[in-house]
Write a protein that binds this ligand. Structure first.
Ligand code: NAG
Ligand code: NAG
Ligand code: NAG
Ligand code: NAG
Ligand code: NAG
Ligand code: NAG
Length: 435
């Protein structure tokens, strides 16, 4: 049986699905040819649905074929490029960038060990396979203006691959009681007064605002080669007395602060994995520990896990003026810097510390420690956050002696030992009344 568009069935479909109000024509036609009108209705209805579905599918296939044909006619065919459409990886002329390219190749999970040295001969740097802590004399020829670089660059480059130095003073039990906040202060052996001021003020270890706070000082060696007096006995006395000194046997210089950073990340993983949060900063800053604890306690769980906050520096790059402390020659680094938090002080979670420790093994050491940490964060896909409570470039002169100016801040740089004690006294006073 076929159903034409003029048939009563079609008309019925055009109206409504309800079978109740069918016309007289329909009833008579139905009685003429069928036994029961309900059975024939159901049969017709099912057939109609099938026919409409088949028509729709045909139309669809037609549209697809038509489109495909018209595309071919217009020349939009799939074409396979005859040459590779990507750029072949070429060695960067800058030493750090080049070392990072090599690290990236060796750590690439897809390339693995599968790229051949014949393809990329520059990626086979034999200085990487020998003992990384032996002086690497190859840099003297690999860095094109090596001989004209200031001495600190030569020192850095020769030991750039060395990340492990022996620990001379350790505090294995300092985190026996898991700290809510670990305050890690970069210090230099002769800075006894700064360390003592920190102990008596913002770095007062113990329980502050009901949270366990632990303070440690991170030191390298103030060597005779840098004309430092021999302070080793005083330092020994200090570490026995306060049990808060961590010291490694490397030359404590500005360009070795990155070494201090990676050694500290390693130390956390061996001695203080229980720390929930870590503040790392300089010994010439004032830290409002009360405000930091307050801030940390108010964080949501996901925010706390990925925390990395400080005084954010964005859109920066290397200084090319030789007279600037942060000067970096083009033979060493090209490109911009990732966003990073100023090294005066920043705050992060124990989880981030573990991740930084892992990823730092895949980032070549860079002579500026806070930029290096920014590079590690970028590799992790974590964005450091700006918090306006971190004032590494100080506050306006007129507010500096106003106790209330410090109440909502987390860090101010720079402050002398006496100023630290003064400001801490202001903030700890029960009479401090700021609205
Ligand atoms: C490396 O190459 C070998 C041999 O060509 C192949 O079997 C293997 O799957 C490759 N590995 C990767 C990670 O591409
Ligand atoms: C790198 O080159 C040296 C010789 O120049 C060769 O002995 C060594 O096997 C190469 N390394 C790799 C990983 O192929
Ligand atoms: C300190 O912590 C204890 C136990 O967690 C709690 O009972 C007490 O109320 C807290 N005190 C303050 C001042 O938050
Ligand atoms: C570090 O200091 C110790 C003790 O003062 C000294 O024996 C050692 O030679 C120093 N290390 C370096 C690299 O100067
Ligand atoms: C870093 O420390 C090592 C070990 O003491 C030293 O050999 C190197 O010269 C230092 N680097 C800089 C840039 O001071
Ligand atoms: C660090 O790396 C180790 C070994 O690859 C891995 O087991 C661990 O989960 C990593 N930790 C973090 C925090 O990524």
């Amino acid at each position: 049986m076929t159903v034409s568009v003029n048939s009563p069935v079609w008309q019925h479909v055009n109206k409504q699905r309800t079978v109740k109000h069918v016309g007289t024509d329909w009833t008579s036609w139905c009685i003429r040819c069928c036994r029961g009108k309900d059975t024939v209705m159901a049969l017709l209805w099912r057939r109609l649905k099938l026919v409409v579905t088949v028509m729709m599918v045909n139309l669809f296939i037609f549209i697809i074929i038509a489109r495909h044909n018209s595309q071919d006619k217009n020349g939009h065919k799939v074409r396979i490029p005859s040459k590779p459409f990507w750029n072949k990886l070429v060695a960067s002329p800058a030493y750090w960038n080049h070392q990072q390219q090599i690290l990236d190749l060796h750590n690439n999970p897809i390339l693995g060990a599968n790229y051949s040295d014949a393809d990329l001969p520059w990626a086979n740097d034999t200085s990487l396979t020998s003992d990384p802590c032996q002086p690497n004399s190859r840099v003297t020829t690999q860095v094109k203006d090596y001989n004209s670089l200031p001495a600190r660059f030569k020192d850095f480059l020769i030991y750039m691959h060395c990340r492990s130095y022996p620990i001379m003073v350790d505090q294995p039990d300092v985190c026996r009681e898991p700290p809510f906040l670990l305050l890690a202060v970069k210090s230099l052996a002769p800075h006894f007064d700064r360390r003592q001021a920190i102990r008596q003020s913002w770095g007062k270890a113990g329980v502050i605002a009901n949270q366990t706070v632990v303070t440690i000082f991170l030191l390298g060696n103030a060597t005779a080669g840098d004309h430092h007096p021999d302070l080793s006995e005083m330092l020994h006395y200090e570490s026995v007395r306060h049990k808060d000194i961590i010291q490694w046997d490397f030359r404590d210089s500005f360009f070795n602060l990155t070494v201090k950073e990676v050694l500290f990340l390693e130390w956390i993983q061996t001695r203080c994995t229980s720390a929930q949060f870590i503040f790392k900063g300089d010994d010439d800053v004032f830290v409002n520990t009360y405000r930091i604890l307050d801030f940390l306690k108010g964080l949501s769980e996901p925010k706390a896990r990925d925390l990395f906050v400080g005084d954010l520096i964005t859109n920066a790059g290397p200084h090319r003026d030789k007279k600037v402390k942060y000067f970096i020659p083009e033979s060493m680094y090209i490109g911009t810097y990732p966003p990073y938090a100023g090294g005066g002080g920043y705050l992060y979670s124990g989880v981030v510390a573990a991740r930084l420790h892992n990823v730092s093994q895949h980032v070549a050491l860079y002579p500026i420690d806070d930029v290096y940490t920014g590079m590690c964060l970028r590799k992790l896909g974590l964005a450091p956050e700006k918090h306006k409570g971190f004032r590494t470039f100080n506050i306006e002169v007129k507010y500096r002696s106003n106790p209330c100016a410090y109440k909502s801040l987390m860090l101010v740089h720079p402050r002398t030992p006496q100023e630290m004690i003064q400001i801490w006294a202001w903030l700890s006073s029960p009479n401090l009344n700021c609205q």
